[in-house]
Design a protein around this ligand. Structure first.
Ligand code: SF4
Length: 356
């Protein structure tokens, strides 16, 4: 556990949810499958949940370390309000230990190592509306670990008609799942590999809890979700593994879940691997289409596979260049040629006035 230098409980600290006291002043955090048992003055694996005087506090609450306006396609979400902008925010810390993390400057930092701003939940939707955004995204680091803040932001955003998005590794317990996802409209979940060996050695977690989260999303929520598989040369790009991953998605989540194969670039502790070749993404996409998935995308490269094609007649429905939508030919969520219904969330909610 990481040691923090907080000698007394600040009145500004926000008490956490999803914990229980243990003997000798320790606490058990059951927000994610790590189930940290945290001694006094210490923090959990994620750095931002800390035991002060026998209570668990959320250091990320009201203190984002990153705020940015992004295209929704960057999350990536290709079937959710295409062409819209999303107010995106993240904090310090993470509950996974991915060697290839591309946001390691905040995800591997403690709260006191980032320049966080003081942004209460009720200010977040006002900021998003001021910048013309249609939704809010909890992203950059793992949002699950600041779930308390997310729940309060979502409640503040709802009266304004703003949608809410989790960009997540899916590492959350069943105990906390509905508390957070019952407030969420869409998610992109990283399915980082399809072997326990990769999850254990490269992310310091386990595969099965992520699959369990995907099943919960499918079976117990109306959340629109898409999947991302970052392909890292020699670590998770074996065609047999890709086939198993695609078969599992088709069998358990259905053919209409969009799957994004994205290109890796060397970063953080994984600088000895090359960038993902285009051919690897092309091959993975062919395998996933052959497994029956209808919407398979390539990301982090310029590719025609960023477009949305109709699974009924093959016509191009949405043209994209990187994260930019160049043309959207959908009509009321249907193909204009064969009238096939295309799954997704295509229409914005009615907006309500911003109150000063
Ligand atoms: S959310 Fe953080 S403190 Fe809680 S179990 Fe997960 S890693 Fe540990």
């Amino acid at each position: 556990m990481a040691e923090l230098n907080i000698l007394q409980v600040s009145p500004d600290l926000h008490e956490a949810q999803w914990w229980e006291p243990e003997p000798n002043g320790r606490v058990h955090c059951y927000l994610c499958p790590r189930h940290c048992h945290i001694g006094r003055g210490q923090a959990g694996f994620c750095f931002i949940r800390t035991n002060q005087e026998g209570k668990l506090y959320s250091l990320g609450y009201g203190a984002p370390a990153a705020l940015q306006i992004d295209p929704i396609e960057k999350k990536p979400l290709n079937h959710f309000l295409p062409g819209s902008t999303v107010f995106s925010m993240g904090t310090a810390g993470c509950n996974m230990g991915c060697f290839f993390c591309q946001n390691w400057d905040i995800s591997k930092s403690r709260q006191d190592q980032v320049s966080a701003r003081d942004v209460p939940p009720k200010e977040v939707p006002l900021l998003a509306l001021r910048y013309g955004c249609d939704s809010l995204a909890f992203t950059y680091n793992e949002p699950t670990i600041w779930g308390e803040y997310i729940i309060d932001i979502c409640k503040a955003a709802k009266p304004y008609g703003l949608k809410t998005v989790m960009v997540t590794n899916g590492y959350i317990t069943r105990e906390a799942f509905h508390d957070i996802y019952d407030n969420i409209d869409a998610a992109n979940v990283d399915l980082k590999a399809f072997t326990e060996n990769f999850y254990g050695k490269i992310t310091l977690t386990h595969l099965q809890p992520v699959l369990d989260t995907l099943l919960l999303l499918k079976r117990e929520t109306p959340v629109w979700f898409e999947l991302t598989n970052l392909m890292i040369p020699t670590l998770n790009d074996d065609p047999d593994e890709t086939r198993k991953l695609a078969d599992w998605i088709a069998a358990n989540l259905g053919p209409n879940i969009p799957l994004h194969f994205t290109a890796f670039h060397p970063d953080f502790k994984l600088r000895d691997k090359p960038r993902t070749p285009r051919e690897t993404l092309d091959r993975a996409r062919e395998i996933a289409l052959d497994a029956g998935l209808h919407f398979v995308y390539e990301g982090n490269i310029y590719s025609d596979a960023a477009n949305t094609y109709c699974p009924g007649c093959g016509s191009t429905l949405i043209e994209r260049s990187w994260h930019s939508v160049e043309a959207n030919r959908l009509r009321q969520g249907r193909c204009p040629h064969c009238a096939s219904e295309i799954p997704g969330v295509w229409h914005k909610a009615a907006r309500h006035a911003v109150e000063d």
